[in-house]
Design a protein around this ligand. Structure first.
Ligand SMILES: [Zn+2]
Length: 213
């Protein structure tokens, strides 16, 4: 199914977003339709305020299949052209939805998708965005070059990234895993997991010991 995810006002890793922000500009997340978001730059999972089960959902399914049924089954699954790739390039979010929306809606797992608009006018003559490593292109604009800058007939494309989430589980602000506790710190109240709670408790003890010395 496709679900709306709770969004954080501030990213989990402000430093990372600051660095990305310098490269890609503003990071405001916009909701396009249920479970579909658009954002300048990447690292959308930093804004998701619930547990992210997987950033590479079908890779993880393939791993499980390999363990259970062997490599061939896993490869067949990964090579199935009808399966929505975890990430890729399209002409528009609507196009993506027309092609894969039903499949994601009918899946029992929870998904959200983040898109990023890549405009040719923003590309520099020296390099800039290129198709390589961004997954399959499912559009109809017929790219002729590796760099978007060189494809004068294409104004823009969109990258997509599918995340598998669990909107019923809250996320630890430190490690991003499932948060089971809420703890007050000087800076405010945070959701935190058992491991991180232990980590912070140890830290506090150490600090107290230092003060005693
Ligand atoms: Zn944690």
């Amino acid at each position: 199914m496709i679900v709306d995810v709770p969004l954080r006002a501030k990213p989990l890793d402000p430093h990372l977003q600051e660095v990305l922000g310098e490269i890609y500009g503003s990071h405001e997340v916009q909701r396009l339709r249920k479970g579909f978001y658009i954002k300048r730059g990447w690292a959308f999972d930093d804004y998701i305020d619930c547990v992210v089960i997987s950033e590479w959902p079908s890779q993880d399914v393939a791993e499980d299949m390999k363990k259970e049924f062997g490599l061939e089954k896993a490869l067949n699954y990964l090579c199935d052209e009808n399966r929505a790739p975890d990430y890729g390039v399209c002409d528009s979010p609507e196009q993506f939805y027309r092609k894969y929306g039903k499949q994601l809606v009918n899946d029992v797992r929870q998904y959200c998708v983040c898109f990023c608009e890549i405009r040719r006018e923003d590309q520099s003559e020296w390099g800039g965005w290129r198709y390589h490593k961004w997954g399959p292109y499912i559009g109809t604009q017929k790219p002729q070059h590796e760099y978007l800058y060189d494809d004068k007939h294409i104004e823009k494309v969109y990258t997509w990234h599918i995340y598998q989430v669990d909107i019923n589980k809250e996320r630890c602000v430190r490690c991003k895993k499932e948060a089971r506790h809420e703890r007050e710190f000087a800076e405010g109240t945070f959701k935190i997991c058992t491991d991180c709670l232990y980590f912070f408790t140890q830290q506090l003890r150490k600090e107290k010991r230092k003060k005693v010395k």
